[in-house]
Design a protein around this ligand. Sequence first.
Ligand SMILES: Cc1ncc(COP(=O)(O)O)c(C=O)c1O
Length: 409
Amino acid sequence: MLNTSQIKKDFPLFTHHPDLVYLDSAATALKTQGVIDAERAYLEEYSTNVMRGLYPLAETATEKFEMTREKMATFIGAKSSSEIIFTSGTTDALNLVSKLLASQIEKGDTLVTTAMEHHSNFLPWKELAKTKSADLHIVSLTKEGMIDRESLKKSIDEHTKIASFSAVSNVLGTINPVKEIIALIRSINPKTLIVIDAAQAVCHMPMSVSDWDADFVAFSGHKMFGPTGTGILYGKYSLLETLPPVNFGGGMVLDSCAEDTLYKESPYCFEAGTPNIGGMIALGSAIDYIENIGLQNIHLHETTLASYAIEKLKETFGEDISIIGPSKKEKRSGIIAFTLANVHPHDIAGILGEQNICVRAGEHCTTPLHHSLRLSATTRLSLSIYNNENDIDKFISVLKEIQAMFLNK
Ligand SMILES: Cc1ncc(COP(=O)(O)O)c(C=O)c1O
């Protein structure tokens, strides 16, 4: 296990709230001192624009900004930094890729997604299908909350243009075998463009976009200890170089006149306007931090702690608790969503909050999944490198008090 008392010192939020039990890292991860320092340094010392100024301060900003792109390419196993498009988050990245691919969709084509998706990886495809009179196929899940291979096979055929699914579910905690699923889709229709929502995978386990052979991968910087308003769309360069830009403005143009415009190459032609410069520079510091700890160590820490939490929850609440998602621990990430008999998730989260314990309750932006589970809400804890068994014990002890409170009503 990681040395969490040492790690907590790297996150200044714990200096301000020493007793806080933060179990909501799937919503957003806390920020390291290094990330905060990097953003502050940009704002205080060289807050100039990038790609424009020819004076030394602007060159420094551009250099550091581009350094994050280089680091990110290596971090996710991309072949080159030209495959890394800066966005404001996963949502922005998925909307961008749906717009980039829109011109390729015609009436009668099929778009495929799954029943476990976050709204961000469902609505852009649903809207695209609607606008183009294309069909949207939703792959169903097994009882255990895994992608059902048979349903997937039935959904893919010669009409399938795009298939998009998440690497890790933000509610079920399911770790999808991304490489295998991509290979399965390609074995049925090699032309299908495959998009991966890696929002809940990126800083929790080793991953390589090249090894997956994904066409596009989206994720958020703020879920990997970076600032909010930062995100990435990875795209294979061989595809990006064929796609025309969909957002227009400054910073993306080589030459323009009334008749014609010559756009820059990827990724710059997809990044119109002034980006989140300080945020992206600080995201570079988050990458350094994660690499220093090691993704394999992070994965082991979070999954071991998740198994501890699940065992304790079952031991304490028996049949009153229902934990959704896979029962096999090797199929699960550090995300645990559950229902507790006779207590509404909002009551649980509200009362835990009063005791300095942060969890999330509701549908977690996955209404289709909650509908299919016939649940109006769940309570979710999501683990990170700063969590330890003490956090879980405190959470369970307050949850027990909450249960008693409602039983006595
Ligand atoms: C699986 C998944 N996809 C997409 C998103 C959207 O991320 P963002 O709000 O950072 O754009 C989230 C956020 O929780 C998520 O968990």
